[in-house]
Design a protein around this ligand. Structure first.
Ligand code: ZN
Length: 242
């Protein structure tokens, strides 16, 4: 089975289209999303429509909860709050109901999917360092979990001395008996200094996890953000990947 796994689309249709095209070329069997389809960008509705059409299974992120009024907006900084309020107004009841159905955690036979951390998933804890990853790995039941939320891709593994290490690598061979936690990065608002959209391939046969990048027309997404009257900062940061 070949999985295509991505996260944090953030209403960036241009980036989403580029990733779905790349995943179609990669001939994956199943598409999974680790949440935050909406928020920040100017195309929440077209993104949800694309996600549905592609048959993507998604868990919910904090931005889904914000858009459907399930999360207090004071959780967010000023720009994120403005975008969350704007996003909520764009989504008709049918779309809000669609998002409300997303589970916090999705568990398959070989992998788990969650937005922030498996440690209290409803709190959307960030996995920023090995200590955060340890808390998640401790409750993880499958060999590998895929997450998003920080918009920084990489792999956390448990070493033989049972310490957790972060590998900022784009390819990793999973080892049996050693759990791993993979951050697939962000499709629509990367924050690791590489502005290209990120996505992940997981081949259960070879047990190889690969994080890939694909260029997309950033200026188009920026122009839409500005035209929608969303904060200028949200347009600017796309070019830098921060
Ligand atoms: Zn996000």
């Amino acid at each position: 089975m070949r999985y295509g796994i991505f996260s944090d689309v953030h209403s960036n249709l241009e980036a989403l289209e580029a990733v779905l095209r790349a995943l179609a070329d990669d001939q994956v069997d199943r598409l999974l999303c680790a949440g935050d389809l909406v928020g920040y960008g100017a195309d929440p509705l077209p993104c949800l429509e694309r996600i549905r059409r592609a048959g993507v299974v998604s868990v919910c992120g904090n931005h889904e909860w914000a858009a459907i009024g399930k999360m207090p907006l004071d959780w967010f900084n000023e720009h994120a709050r403005a975008a969350a309020e704007w996003t909520g107004r764009q989504l008709p009841e049918s779309e809000q109901a669609y998002l409300a159905d997303f589970p916090l955690v999705w568990k398959g036979e070989e992998l788990t999917l969650v937005h922030g951390s498996l440690d209290e998933p409803e709190q959307f804890h960030y996995v920023f360092d090995p200590a955060d990853a340890q808390a998640c790995l401790q409750v993880q039941q499958t060999p590998v979990t895929f997450i998003g939320h920080t918009h920084v891709p990489g792999v956390y593994i448990i070493e033989e001395d049972s310490r957790v290490r972060f590998l900022r690598t784009s390819q990793w061979q999973l080892e049996s008996g050693r759990k791993a936690l993979v951050n697939v990065g962000s499709v629509g608002q990367p924050r690791d200094g590489d502005p290209r959209a990120a996505y992940c391939l997981y081949d259960t046969q070879t047990q190889v996890v690969e994080i890939r990048r694909v260029a997309y027309p950033i200026e188009q997404a920026q122009a839409k953000i500005r035209a929608a009257g969303l904060p200028e900062f949200l347009a600017n940061r796309l070019a830098y990947g921060y």
